[in-house]
Design a protein around this ligand. Structure first.
Ligand code: DON
Length: 577
């Protein structure tokens, strides 16, 4: 461990307070014969892809110091809580897939937020019975009981090799000594200025005393957050859910009128669930079960699409995008009715994942035609009884893989910083269906399955994935993007599994999105005008102007790691060694 401390402290000296560009690869990269326009990062020993460069480098230092993918993932996750506070967090929750090479087993870890015990179905309805979006999204009541710290402690204790103290040191030092504000962070704070300034503690942390924002390159310290991280390093899970940090959460709740209690905090539970698994032309896709909806629907859409010769249609041709969009509509319609927290609602998983069900949906799809969403309903094919989030992927030289997506829900969550504790509270309660048919922040609707109940977890679209080929992990990927996460991840899997792209091409390729309701087909700028015209002729209400997702992916092929960080959002980096 001594060696680890020396390596880490020299690394921290190097990155702080001036986080420079990634260190040059010292090894000779293998020659890849490819005419692709996009080239991945290549390395031999291990790799981390995340939305923020300093955090990726911290993960790689942990790998270099002998840590495994879980150690590196937890260190990266805590570092993102400091360097990417719009989504990286300790006040939110998420999902982590851990593939253990030695056991050839993938564990799905659910550390999603839980509704406080005082939560109830109508809590976000106003006097007229309408959803009050301010209460649901930007109030202390919009926060679910945070799961991130419990989740990270759980996976580290069970599957990591290093101490919590050691993996937390880089994050603590970043918070204490400060980071140089990245362009991406400066931009995200400006975008959320109004919301953050409503809460004095958030204004104090994210802005200078005179109210001016920190500019890119300026030194920004978070001493309160450093104290909270130290409490976790010293006392583990109890350092967050009990004691001073917990007291600070409760004081903030009391001051602004939120329902979370000490019992809610102490009672937070991490759940390991059987991973969802599907097969696409013999390649295994392993992903997150409910309360993620993403895993089930990615597999469902792959099942539908397996019945077509996609490659012959041509990548991103109108004919191909037509099939994608139709599959998306059926999946999101089902999502609205059948998906919710499996501890509260009997999700018909087997049926939704059934290839025969997918084939019945396929029979309803007429190639060349857009079926209006009004003609599609949940379970239509006789089912016998989808801002800010962030993903990171890690692979180590032992063959272990971590695919992790976590979030505060919207960018900077509820906007509310826990007073004196330096971190933001999520607004995940808006992921519940507050009223049947009333759209949430992502335009998603739902009903009974995802109604608010005490202790329940809100349905999520977060979709960490591990794709296997010949029994070995080929790719770990995932994305932010609210309801669009599911379709973004689907297209990443298809780009690799059906179109044999390299990971960088697969990442850069233009994307589309349809979520059944609203009946709109979103096309990224890279989808050409001729294709758009053909899609309009098929009947699609086409919309432009949205950029979809930000994938962070690592691939292992033969004896090399290949990685790619999406260029759709600034600051991301894939680092290998
Ligand atoms: O769990 C979910 O589905 C949402 N809370 C994710 C939010 C999100 O991705 C925002 N990011 N861009």
């Amino acid at each position: 461990m001594q060696l680890f401390r020396i390596i880490l402290s020299s690394f921290l000296m190097a990155v702080m307070p001036f986080a420079g560009p990634a260190a040059a690869q010292t090894q000779t990269p293998p020659i890849i014969e490819s005419d692709a326009r996009f080239q991945p990062v290549i390395a031999e020993n291990g790799m981390v892809a995340s939305q923020e460069e300093v955090a990726s480098r911290i993960g790689v230092e942990i790998l270099k110091a002998g840590g495994n993918a879980v150690d590196a993932a937890v260190a990266t996750g805590f570092a993102l809580a400091v360097t990417l506070p719009r989504a990286g967090n300790i006040g939110g929750g998420g999902f982590m897939l851990v593939y253990l090479a030695a056991e050839d087993r993938t564990i799905a870890v659910d550390y999603r937020e839980m509704a406080p015990m005082a939560a109830h179905r109508d809590m976000f309805l106003d006097a007229a019975g309408n959803v009050d979006p301010r209460q649901a999204r930007f109030s202390p009541a919009s926060a679910g009981v945070p799961g991130t710290v419990a989740g990270f402690v759980h996976v580290l204790e069970k599957y990591g090799t290093m101490s919590l103290h050691d993996v937390l040191q880089p994050a603590i030092k970043l918070a204490e000594r400060g980071v140089n504000v990245s362009y991406g962070h400066a931009q995200s704070v400006l975008a959320a200025e109004q919301r953050l300034k409503q809460w004095p503690e958030s204004a104090k942390i994210y802005f200078k005393p005179d109210g001016a924002p920190y500019r890119a390159g300026e030194l920004w310290r978070q001493p309160d957050l450093a104290k909270s991280l130290k409490a976790i390093a010293e006392r583990g899970r109890d350092g967050f859910y009990k004691g001073k940090v917990a007291d600070a959460i409760l004081a903030t709740m009391q001051k602004y009128g939120g329902p979370m209690t000490s019992e809610d905090l102490a009672g937070y539970k991490v759940v390991e669930r059987p991973a969802v698994s599907g097969a696409f032309h013999g390649q295994r896709v392993v992903t997150m079960p409910p309360p993620s909806s993403g895993g089930i629907h990615v597999v469902q859409m792959l099942n539908i699409l397996e019945g077509y010769d996609l490659k012959s249609l041509g990548h991103n041709s109108a004919a191909y995008l037509n099939l994608l969009a139709e599959a998306m509509k059926y999946a999101y319609a089902d999502r609205s009715r059948y998906l919710g927290d499996p501890d509260f609602f009997d999700v018909p998983m087997k049926k939704l994942l059934d290839k025969a069900y997918a084939s019945r949906i396929r029979s309803k799809i007429t190639p060349g035609r857009a079926r209006p969403s009004t003609e599609i309903a949940p379970g239509m094919a006789q089912l016998a009884e989808g801002p800010n989030t962030t993903h990171f992927s890690v692979m180590d030289r032992f063959g272990n893989v971590v695919s992790n997506t976590y979030t505060l829900n919207l960018s900077f969550g509820s906007g509310i910083t826990v007073e004196g504790a330096g971190f933001l509270l999520n607004n995940e309660m808006d992921d519940f269906s507050s009223k049947p048919g009333a759209p949430n922040a992502f335009g998603l609707i739902g009903g009974e399955a995802n109604a608010i109940e005490a202790g329940k977890r809100p349905l999520s679209s977060m979709t960490p994935v591990i794709l296997f080929k010949d029994g070995k992990p080929l790719m770990a990927t995932g994305s932010p993007g609210g309801s669009t996460i599911i379709t973004v991840v689907l297209q990443m899997v298809l780009n690799i599994a059906a179109f044999d792209m390299n990971i960088a091409e697969a990442t850069a390729a233009p994307r589309i999105h349809h979520q059944w309701l609203p009946d709109a087909l979103f096309l990224e700028p890279g989808i050409g005008a001729d294709t758009e015209r053909l899609l309009i002729e098929m009947g699609y209400p086409v919309q432009r102007g949205r950029i979809l997702g930000s994938t962070q992916s690592v691939m292992h092929l033969e004896s090399y790691f290949y990685g790619a960080s999406d260029t759709r959002r600034p600051g991301a980096a894939t680092v290998g060694y």
